[in-house]
Design a protein around this ligand. Structure first.
Ligand code: 9D3
Length: 250
């Protein structure tokens, strides 16, 4: 898969894409990442990429010309791949969106800075807009790296275990059970007996229950969408009843 990233700060990508799973994917030829500095496509003496907003108000807006020149200069006009703007106004990024993007052979990621990009970029160049969540970043670069990471690990051959993406907790719709490794006792804190029992049936049931319990406690929104057996629904009903009882006693 090919990624073209358009940004005013291409250097911030290197510390991440030169290590980690992304680096391995690049070495194996599974992901190609091209970084483009939008400022390189300015034609004025001072390489200006931003300007004041029409209508006034604070902040600066990214000028359309360097962005169109960069994207069309690299990808042609019009580009044939999706051109994704990272913006707080975009559609929420989820695992489902990552899977959808992983089907594409080629993606362009456009990182905004300042207050945002001139609206004509959205209207006439951008084909999709993505936000990574409801918090305020200083620009689209970190969001682009998040998308790059989540999509790259889904590409066939990138992870050691080809079934790994299907086992991801968000793919399964529940949070994960707790994980333990050696030593069996650390500072007096023991690994649960069941995990050392060697009884794979018991271990699987314990993990599933832990997973349900955590999801129930922390992310009830996920539980509403999960596929549960009648026994699991029963278990949750018991926790709910218990919680009700505790609330009455308090
Ligand atoms: C006056 C309001 N602005 C500042 C609070 C709006 C604003 C503009 C540009 C807020 C953040 C940004 C920079 N953020 C991104 O480019 C961005 C982003 C984000 O901030 N949160 C979640 N996902 C994304 S994707 C791109």
């Amino acid at each position: 898969m090919r990624f073209d990233i358009f940004t005013l700060f291409p250097e911030v990508f290197h510390p991440y894409i030169d290590v980690s799973i992304i680096a391995r994917a690049r070495e194996r030829g599974l992901a190609e990442i091209y970084l483009h500095n939008i400022r390189d496509w300015t034609t004025d003496k001072h390489h200006v990429v931003d300007d004041e907003p029409y209508g006034g108000g604070g902040g600066m807006v990214m000028k359309p010309e360097p962005i169109f020149k960069a994207v069309e200069g690299v990808l042609g006009s019009p580009p044939t791949c999706p051109v994704i703007l990272l913006t707080p106004q975009g559609r929420p990024f989820t695992q489902a969106v990552a899977r959808e993007l992983a089907q594409q052979p080629h993606l362009a990621l456009l990182c905004g800075r300042y207050e945002g990009v001139d609206e004509r970029v959205r209207q006439h160049l951008v084909t999709d807009e993505i936000s990574i969540g409801d918090y305020v970043l200083t620009g689209g670069e970190l969001a682009a790296m998040v998308v790059l990471d989540a999509v790259t690990r889904l590409l066939p051959g990138v992870l050691g275990d080809p079934d790994a993406p299907a086992k991801d907790s968000h793919a399964a719709g529940l949070l994960e059970h707790p994980h333990y490794t050696r030593p069996p006792v650390f500072r007096g804190w023991e690994v649960p007996e069941v995990l050392r029992s060697g009884d794979h049936g018991r271990i699987a049931r314990w993990r599933r229950e832990q997973s349900l319990r955590r999801t129930w406690e922390r992310r009830p929104d996920l539980l509403a969408k999960a596929e549960l057996t009648p026994e699991e629904q029963e278990l949750i009903a018991r926790w709910e009843a218990e919680r009700q009882r505790e609330a009455r006693e308090a």
